[in-house]
Design a protein. Structure first.
Length: 242
């Protein structure tokens, strides 16, 4: 039987990992077995999550006109069901409040519920998928962090550079680090945005590409000192379209 010290240590590790997951995990979408699945994980991980945390999804056709989309909330993840085949698809997930208590344990509650809190944040995940070549991008104002391609990513082959612009709360953001291949190398920074929020990222994969970025901004929410955000841009490279 484990002693109390071992049990306490194990609990602390679980709480710590939960807090790390809240900020470090990413979000993107993939088509699997004919379904558009919402993927939550770090790198190649595909973790279970509460489908209720998916706070919104939006789809549009090649001209930028909106398409109704339903969120199917399954037991351990979510699935998106647009009314018709989309050209662009985006999704948002609210991972909630996380607060570090005086014993440095992370709790999934707001700071006002933790006397003597050391740190706190509320964490959001966003993703945009470009699914059809030549598609017009709709307004992405629902996404507080967005990686916006400045050219059609489906026309950029592997080894070529794709120019993107990162927007934080709708404004160009300088100094944002970009991960060029989040699934295979989730911690490898390949570019940093300039004063206009722009950067060039080399397309790496024959198939699915997931470009990612994350940042935190100060918050005036009494339950969170910062607002943490993750964003991804996904597309299947031109060489793998057929």
């Amino acid at each position: 039987m484990k002693d109390n010290k071992t049990i306490t240590l194990a609990l602390a590790l679980v709480l710590g990992l939960s807090a790390a997951s809240a900020g470090a995990h990413g979000l993107w979408t993939e088509e699997r077995r004919g379904n558009i699945e919402v993927i939550y994980g770090h790198g190649a991980e595909d973790d279970a999550f509460e489908a209720a945390k998916v706070s919104g999804a939006w789809a549009s056709d090649a001209r930028g006109a909106m398409i109704p989309v339903t969120i199917e909330r399954l037991e351990d993840h979510a699935r998106l069901k647009p009314l018709s085949k989309p050209a662009v698809l985006s999704v948002a997930l609210d991972n909630g409040y996380w607060t570090q208590d005086p014993e440095k344990k992370w709790l999934n509650v707001g700071e006002t519920k933790v006397p003597g809190a050391l740190d706190s944040g509320r964490y959001y995940k966003y993703s945009v998928a470009i699914l059809q070549q030549g598609a017009k991008l709709p307004a992405l104002d629902k996404l507080n962090l967005a990686i916006v391609p400045q050219q059609d990513p489906l026309a950029v082959d592997v080894g070529q550079a794709l120019e993107v612009q990162v927007l934080v709360d709708g404004k160009p953001a300088a100094g944002i680090e970009l991960i060029g291949d989040y699934v295979n190398h989730p911690d490898r920074v390949v570019a940093t945005t300039d004063a206009q929020g722009k950067a060039r990222v080399t397309v790496r994969n024959h198939g699915l590409n997931v470009i990612a970025a994350s940042t935190t901004v100060d918050s005036d929410d009494p339950d969170a000192r910062v607002r943490g955000m993750f964003a991804s841009l996904t597309f299947v490279s031109e060489s793998h379209q057929h």
